[in-house]
Design a protein around this ligand. Sequence first.
Ligand code: NAD
Length: 436
Amino acid sequence: MRIGIFGMGYVGVVSAACLVRDGHHVVGVDAVASKVADLAKGHTPVQEPKVAELLAEGHRSSRLVASTQPADGVAQADMVWICVGTPSTYEAGVDLANVTTVATQIGRSMVETNSRPLVVLRSTVLPGTMQTVVTPALEEASGLRAGKDFHAVFHPEFLREATAVEDFDNPPKIVVGERDRGAGDVLLRLYEGCEAPQFRLTLGEAEMVKYCDNLFHALKITFANEAGLIARSAGIDARRVAEVFCADRKLNISPRYLRPGFAYGGSCLPKDLRAILRHATIQAVPVPMLHGILESNKAQIESLVNRVCAYEPKTVGMVGLAFKANTDDMRESPYVEVAKRLIGEGVRLLIYDPAVQVDNLIGANKAMVEKALKHLRKLLVKSLSALDKSDLILINHASVDADQVSRWTGMGIHVVDLADIPGVAADLTEYEGIAW
Ligand SMILES: NC(=O)c1ccc[n+]([C@@H]2O[C@H](COP(=O)([O-])OP(=O)(O)OC[C@H]3O[C@@H](n4cnc5c(N)ncnc54)[C@H](O)[C@@H]3O)[C@@H](O)[C@H]2O)c1
């Protein structure tokens, strides 16, 4: 294939080096003349293992050329990749100047050279950027229509500097965000034979996936560092603790607890987090991220209460009160807190939780719920159909099915799903998920 790559930085140069090695023809375009001059001689403008050799070989084979002229990257190209920088603005936003400049240049060059390559954005951009910035810039500059005259897709890059060639060849996944189904076909042909899982997503989903990855990587590092400081303050070698932590592939290094949903609660997480934070404070160990977890969990509850109250419901039904389904343990259940808050807002509550039997409650569980919800006995209902009188229903536990959800929404009851009930139609009116 013939591929124009705009932006000869770390991402662009590594991509060019690997693509020419794989037999493709690459035109590297950059605004900095000295970089282009280096590339034109087969020299690398960035230091990355293996890149110098691959570029030199590409130069010898004449499959790599470099230019400062956008039209050279677009003429007769099957694809153009945009790999320009998206640095922070001074107020921490994303500076899209390079991306819009290049999109405009590509749009103009498509008309000048009568070429209609697939436009592939690889630079990291916030959700919505392809739809509201890049595609309009391409359309405006070319006078062409995306989806009809040409296609533009988002294809996030996951390589890491210092192992970039290795990562380019063995990506953790291949993600293509498409506005029009099939738009990324040409791009995916490049990855035939590559074992990485492939995901075809909407543009927004693909843009968000990239941020989610980087957020999580930053979070993991900070978590390990803060836990390390606490361990060290207790005279413990944190490396050994981390080893054992990572060996747990069931609960720790796994998809467990990574589904978007609602606040955590129960008899262990809140109390243990509080205990370790107090210990860290006494030891003067700075762990702001761990402190932030408490704040974040409270914010989840606050945000849900506000969301419910915005509908001004007189009666709210709740499916589930205990901290999870099939237990009557209500100690630090976030749903108890939501119930308490809604009562405080003057809402009438109807709660269905078959595992909670007031007469069977004992000990700390009983004491806690008596304090938080004095009249629990009066709030509990015995059947799901008793919730039909609600104006809004919160599904806290996944103990109802999609048919029940559509029965309620069909009755005009607004349903807020915190539990991700399987099989609910995406276009159901009167239905919203906590994070979907
Ligand atoms: N570096 C990484 O490890 C990495 C990994 C994944 C994703 N990304 C993302 O990829 C994008 C590029 O990152 P990078 O590290 O390669 O950036 P970089 O700063 O190394 O390179 C960007 C290149 O774009 C060129 N450029 C800027 N405006 C131009 C224009 N109008 N025309 C032509 N060239 C122009 C610059 O001269 C520079 O050579 C960023 O959005 C980044 O967030 C980077």
